[in-house]
Write a protein that binds this ligand. Structure first.
Ligand code: MIC
Ligand code: SF4
Length: 653
């Protein structure tokens, strides 16, 4: 007799199964997925939409596409407003919603207005997993990946392992928040602990968290290196969607009782305490009390991680009747127009202003160095998600990350304090019964759009491409780097560089500029001698999804990156732009290479089609070593076709 034993499914498997176009949703196997929603933000979106245009289809083919403007908001010359107009006209022409500058940070607005359980969304930003708070698989990708999916291709991913984060008990409110939970997980798993994984939340503790609190946790799963994070969809999810007048989008979604997971991490919510991440990495986490007494200069509250109405209301309650300390500058960027409007109507904004806060528009702002940079040697405590050196716009500043409530207490006291000993008492409220829904800054796609002209300002240049994979590479090691190099280090952001996102030739001058100001000059010189190679450690390219960190070095003549391991999005971006990501077969060989060594790799196509092992001759030091690539069949084809754009054009023909 046949004995059928059907194993229960976790949430990730359930969603992947209903969206599978080809392949297997088994860890390590490539799987092609039908995507329901794609969204872009302006800093990565100009490239994405230029690439969409280059693919040459008439209209986006996914059910929902949204183009947000939230990063490049400072209009100190023509560049950013020109980009905004390009994005608005491209959205109108190709069938996407356009979220006007001022409507809010993409992830917050998307959660409010579009995210829904059981859907799959891609976003051209690493914090797209924010949507996991509502029970959606939401994955951050590079612009070209998003463009190809909008043009009708499935999204292919190597199926990650699913790790259960089992939440028990309840938070010790008022001072312990969702931000402390994710900092605790970062402390335990580090910035590499989530690589190749999706974090699925479960356990009774889930009920203690509202949707926006869950979204704080899934948002910052990006810092763990996870592909995405997801919560179940339950009555609290229904409540949130109902309050957003979208109850129709609700469906219940839970893991089966006997679902299986590759790994389990238990978190007892009641034992989490107020935490803080020290410079210059989000996993450098300690209890806040350990830093008590440290004098600070700036506090920033908001960002896509912590700017829900529920949270901002508690922040306002702390500020009511208090003053920001003399030595502190407090900046607040509400996450969306909806949140901003609610705070204003209820007088909560007045409490913030009266206390001495500087209110910024609804945008990323200081989080990405778009204004609000701290001064030299200054300490800034932020409710944001990243504190990489230099990201604030000043590499000589020290950025700490803590919850919005801890940030507020610290701003009032002028120094780091354990908020539980601050003598302050925040009001803790639940999510409201209804949100004011006013989508007047969200422009719906036009029906008859064929004659709409896409307007490109003079700063918008064509996207460069690499061309076919050469038979051999003989090139120079331009730079040798350590572990966890961020895309902020490869291609810095900030108010000077961000407006160049549509202009690779000019932007490429800034590659690695915070680490080595001679890099772009040296790379250009090396071009006449065969081009360049980058040598990296573990987790090369962590952080932002910006494909500029691949395109700009490529423009400067980069052929390959040899690293100990790669972060997911950056690895895909390299492949998409025809750059071969190679890994040391023996990590010790990393130690033997030096900057300026000349390396030779032969028979690239043969090795790539064969066992993906390559011999590298170090011509300067006269020895050889082995490296490998771990490309799946599609990635091999992409590289052999000269990158994802020509590959997609060919496959859509
Ligand atoms: C970031 O937080 O680093 C950014 C800026 O939002 C990036 C996107 C970008 O570089 O444009 C991200 O998270 O992907
Ligand atoms: Fe914007 Fe900062 Fe969020 Fe990135 S992390 S989307 S820069 S608010």
């Amino acid at each position: 007799m046949l004995n059928f034993y059907i194993v229960g499914k976790n949430i990730v498997e359930k969603i992947f199964e209903t969206h599978k176009v080809y392949g297997e949703s088994k860890a390590g196997k490539p799987v092609g997925l039908r995507v329901d929603q794609v969204y872009t933000q302006d800093a990565t979106g100009t490239m994405a939409w230029l690439q969409f245009e280059a693919i040459g289809v008439e209209r986006v083919k996914v059910s929902l596409a949204v183009s947000y403007v939230d990063h490049n908001m400072i209009q100190s010359n023509y560049m950013n407003p020109d980009d905004h107009l390009f994005l608005q006209t491209a959205a109108a022409r190709y069938g996407a919603y356009f979220s006007k500058p001022g409507n809010g940070i993409s992830h917050q607005v998307h959660l409010e207005r579009f995210a829904a359980p059981n859907k799959i969304a891609l976003g051209t930003d690493s914090h797209t997993p924010t949507g996991g708070g509502i029970g959606m698989i939401a994955i951050g990708v590079g612009g070209l990946d998003a463009a190809t999916v909008m043009a009708g291709a499935p999204f292919e991913i190597t199926m990650p392992q699913v790790m259960l984060i089992e939440l028990r008990s309840r938070l010790n409110r008022p001072w312990v928040t969702a931000m402390d939970v994710i900092l605790e997980i970062l402390r335990r798993l580090t910035v590499r602990g989530g690589i190749g994984k999706i974090l699925e939340y479960g356990g009774h503790g889930v009920r203690d968290l509202s949707v926006t609190e869950r979204a704080t946790i899934t948002n910052m799963g990006a810092e763990i290196g996870a592909t995405t994070s997801i919560f179940p969809s339950d009555e609290r999810t229904r409540h949130y969607l109902k309050a957003q007048e979208r109850e129709i989008d609700w469906i219940e979604l839970h893991a089966d009782e006997d679902a299986e997971y590759a790994d389990v991490l238990e978190i007892d919510l009641s034992s989490v305490e107020p935490l803080i991440a020290k410079p210059h990495s989000p996993d450098n986490v300690v209890p806040l009390r350990e830093l008590s007494g440290t004098k600070i200069d700036q506090v920033c509250i908001g960002s896509c991680t912590n700017s829900s109405y529920q949270l901002m209301k508690s922040v306002a309650s702390l500020l009511r009747g208090n003053s920001v300390a003399e030595n502190v500058s407090l900046l607040i960027n509400p996450g969306s127009k909806q949140v901003y409007e609610m705070l204003s109507r209820e007088g909560l904004m007045a409490d913030m202003i009266a206390a001495g806060a500087r209110i910024l528009e609804c945008s990323c702002g200081p989080c990405i160095g778009m204004g609000g940079s701290p001064g030299t040697g200054q300490i800034s405590v932020r409710s944001y998600n990243r504190n990489f050196r230099g990201r604030s716009g000043n590499k000589d500043a020290f950025v700490y990350l803590a919850s919005a409530l801890s940030c507020t207490a610290v701003a009032i006291k002028g120094k780091i304090v354990d908020p539980r000993d601050s003598g302050l008492h925040p009001d803790v409220s639940d999510e409201p019964e209804s949100y004011p829904v006013n989508d007047n800054m969200l422009i719906a796609p036009k029906e008859d759009a064929k004659n709409i002209k896409v307007i490109k300002g003079p700063n918008i240049k064509e996207v460069p491409f690499k061309g076919l994979l050469p038979e051999k590479i003989e090139a120079e090691v331009l730079i040798k780097l350590g572990d966890n190099i961020t895309t902020d280090e490869i291609m810095p952001a900030g108010s000077a560089v961000l407006p160049l996102r549509s202009n690779i030739p000019t932007m490429s001058e800034f590659v690695f500029s915070n680490l080595d100001s001679t890099f772009s000059k040296r790379a250009k010189e090396a071009q006449s001698r065969g081009g360049g190679i980058i040598v990296g450690g573990d987790n090369y390219g962590q952080g932002s999804s910006r494909e500029h960190a691949a395109i700009a070095p490529m423009y400067l003549g980069l052929h390959t990156v040899i690293a100990k391991s790669f972060a997911r999005i950056h690895r895909s971006n390299l492949i998409n732009f025809g750059i071969l990501p190679l890994q040391f077969s023996r990590p010790e060989d990393y130690d033997r290479i030096n900057e300026a060594d000349r390396l030779l790799l032969k028979d690239l196509e043969k090795s790539l089609r064969g066992n993906q092992s390559y011999t590298v001759d170090n011509l300067t030091r006269n020895y050889s070593f082995e490296v490998f690539s771990d490309l799946n069949e599609r990635e091999k084809k992409v590289l052999l076709t000269g990158g994802l754009l020509p590959f997609t054009k060919k496959s859509l023909q």
